[in-house]
Each structure stands twice: as structure tokens, then as C-alpha cells.
Ligand binder design. Structure first.
Ligand SMILES: [Cu+2]
Length: 344
């Protein structure tokens, strides 16, 4: 109680002091005694503004140049070349605007600092200027967006007929991948069929599922179109393969896709980067929980002949988990044994 009363007292005291000071200054103004109080820090602040511009620009340029290799990875897909071009055009356009506006901002703060003798120019409006700085950015941004949209429409459109199909599914916290077997068709899946072993929820009532296989790493043929069918099992994830300039969200309940043509084998990339340990990889680019950082999948790009050999060596999921044969309908069981090679 006493604490509250003292607090109210203190607040009232402060209010009274502020009001007294305010009345005092107003009386000064009325009497004409008022003087503008410009201290030496006015000039210092203006100089610091200018110094800030110079120092931050030097750091920005130095950092961008010295870290260039980190954000400009070698590109290894066909559409990636257009993505890169678009990126650099956007960088150039926004970069020029950035340097001009930042320079003006800090130079003006310095140049037009308070000086007793100078008077500000009254400049209420200029319709022509308003038009220019509205229309020019609108047109430039629209052009940038439309050229981006063109690439986006291409990578999300239907792929060429002969595209290799690879399914990738994100879950907390790893990627799983599934390939159609020799029939070239992925079997259906149903989330209600997911269990500790059948992590995809593959539906074995569908005969296309019998020869599907699920390798530990993704293999892709060089120079052939690849369709990634992307899905998530629990939360949002995002397939990110920077060398292919590929990034697409994996959304639970809403499958997405992305098609592209890898154009450098892992071996070629090892030579190009001078790193004998180089590997393509897919990371998750959507913070999806505590183990987000472990979501890494290796990708091997190889010559088509080598890829075909690898593909033919893979054992189907069903042949590795024969308990699930009981889920195959009676009349399809013979076919399942044939497609998985278990009847031999
Ligand atoms: Cu994730």
C-alpha cells in the first residue's frame, strides 16, 4: 500500500517538473529570450553519417568479393544457367539502386545538416517526379518477375515423356527416396498404411508398387530429364540442391514436383571443383525441428549407362520386406512374386 502511494507520488512529481519546465520555456519564447541551442555534436553527427556510409560500403564490397565462391556455386543443371542469369540481372538492377539510394541518404544527411544561415527550400510536390519514381520501378520489377515466372513455369510443368521419376519424401528428420521399378511407374501410397517399416505407406494393392525400390542415396543419369516427386510426411520440409539450382517445398498433403536435367556427373564436378571428395547433396531448407540439420541426402550423377546398371542392381522394397506380401491381394500375388524376382 505504502509502495503504491509512493509510486503515484513519484509519477506526479515528475509530471509537475515537466510541466514547470515546459511553462518556463514557453515564457522564454514569449519574451523573445529563446535561443536555438545548436551544440558541436550537430557537425559531429553529420560527419559520422558520412563515415558510416564509407565504412559500411567498404565492408560490404570486401565481404562480397572475398566470399564470392561461397554463394556462387558451380551450376550443374540446364535450367540452372537461366536461373543464374536471372539472379545476376536482379543483383545488377537492385545493386545499382541500392548504391545510389544509400549514397543519397547519408550524403544528404551530411550535406544538409543544420546551419544557422541556410534556409530549407519549400518543395511541396512535383507530379512528374512522382510519376517517374512510380512507373519506372513498377515496369522494371514487372519485367524481373515475368522472367522469373517463365523459369518457374518451366520447372513445375509436366516433364518430357522419357523423364526418370524419383520420389523424395521428407520426414522428421531425414529424406527417403523411392524409384519405380522396371515398369517405370511408382506405386500408389496411402498415409494410413504408414508403419515403422513401410515408412512411405506404399499400397501393395497397386501392382505398380511391387517393383518399387528405395535406395539409400539418389542416383541420376547425366543429360536426361529427371522428375522429382516431392512430399512430406509430418511438417513442412524443403528440397534444396544448390548445384542444380533446385529448391521446392515438401508439403504434407500437397505433393509438389520439380523437373530438371543434371548436366555434370559427380566425377566431372570433382575435377571442376578440384575437390576429390565433392558430392552433390540435398539438404532441407525449411527449419523443421530439432534434427533439421541431419536432413541430408547424397546424390550421385553418373553417365546413363552406369546409371542403368545401378538401377538394374537394385532390389525391390517388397523383396526386402517379404512380410508385406500378405498385403498383396490373392489374385495379384503371382504377379508380385514375378515382379520382385522372388519366384526364382
Ligand atoms: Cu526438414
Amino acid at each position: 500500500m505504502i509502495g503504491t502511494v509512493s509510486l503515484i507520488g513519484l509519477v506526479l512529481l515528475i509530471v509537475i517538473l515537466v510541466v514547470v519546465y515546459r511553462i518556463h520555456s514557453l515564457i522564454d519564447v514569449a519574451r523573445g529570450n529563446h535561443k536555438k541551442n545548436v551544440t558541436g555534436s550537430n557537425g559531429l553527427n553529420a560527419a559520422l553519417m558520412f563515415a558510416f556510409l564509407i565504412i559500411s560500403m567498404v565492408i560490404l564490397i570486401w565481404y562480397s568479393v572475398s566470399r564470392f565462391n561461397v554463394y556462387s556455386l558451380p551450376v550443374a543443371s540446364e535450367h540452372g544457367i537461366s536461373t543464374d542469369n536471372l539472379f545476376w540481372i536482379t543483383m545488377a538492377v537492385t545493386g545499382v539502386v541500392f548504391f545510389i539510394t544509400q549514397a543519397l541518404l547519408f550524403v544528404f544527411a551530411f550535406r544538409y545538416r543544420y546551419k544557422a544561415k541556410s534556409r530549407a527550400l519549400f518543395f511541396p510536390e512535383n507530379n512528374r517526379l512522382e510519376m517517374i519514381w512510380t512507373v519506372v520501378p513498377a515496369v522494371v520489377l514487372a519485367l524481373l518477375i515475368f522472367s522469373g515466372l517463365k523459369i518457374w513455369n518451366k520447372v513445375t510443368a509436366d516433364p518430357p515423356e522419357e523423364a526418370e521419376v524419383v520420389e523424395i519424401m521428407g520426414y522428421q528428420f531425414a529424406w527417403k527416396t523411392r524409384y519405380p521399378g522396371q515398369d517405370g511407374q511408382l506405386g500408389k501410397y496411402d498415409y494410413r498404411l504408414i508403419d515403422a517399416t513401410n515408412e512411405f505407406g506404399i499400397d501393395f494393392r497397386d501392382k505398380a508398387a511391387f517393383d518399387d525400390f528405395s535406395p539409400r542415396e539418389i542416383h541420376l543419369p547425366k543429360g536426361k530429364p529427371v522428375l522429382l516427386k516431392i512430399r512430406a510426411r509430418d511438417v513442412l520440409h524443403s528440397v534444396f540442391a544448390p548445384h542444380f539450382r533446385l529448391k521446392m517445398d515438401a508439403v504434407p498433403g500437397m505433393p509438389t514436383s520439380f523437373w530438371f536435367i543434371p548436366n555434370k556427373t559427380t566425377e566431372e564436378m570433382r575435377v571442376e571443383t578440384g575437390n576429390p571428395e565433392f558430392n552433390y547433396e540435398i539438404a532441407c531448407a525449411e527449419v523443421c525441428g530439432r534434427g533439421h540439420f541431419t536432413m541430408r541426402m547424397l546424390v550421385v550423377v553418373e553417365e546413363p549407362e552406369k546409371y542403368e546398371i545401378w538401377r538394374s542392381e537394385q532390389e525391390s522394397w517388397l523383396s526386402k520386406n517379404q512380410d508385406y506380401l500378405t498385403q498383396v491381394p490373392e489374385d495379384l500375388r503371382e504377379l508380385a512374386l514375378l515382379k520382385t524376382g522372388l519366384n526364382r
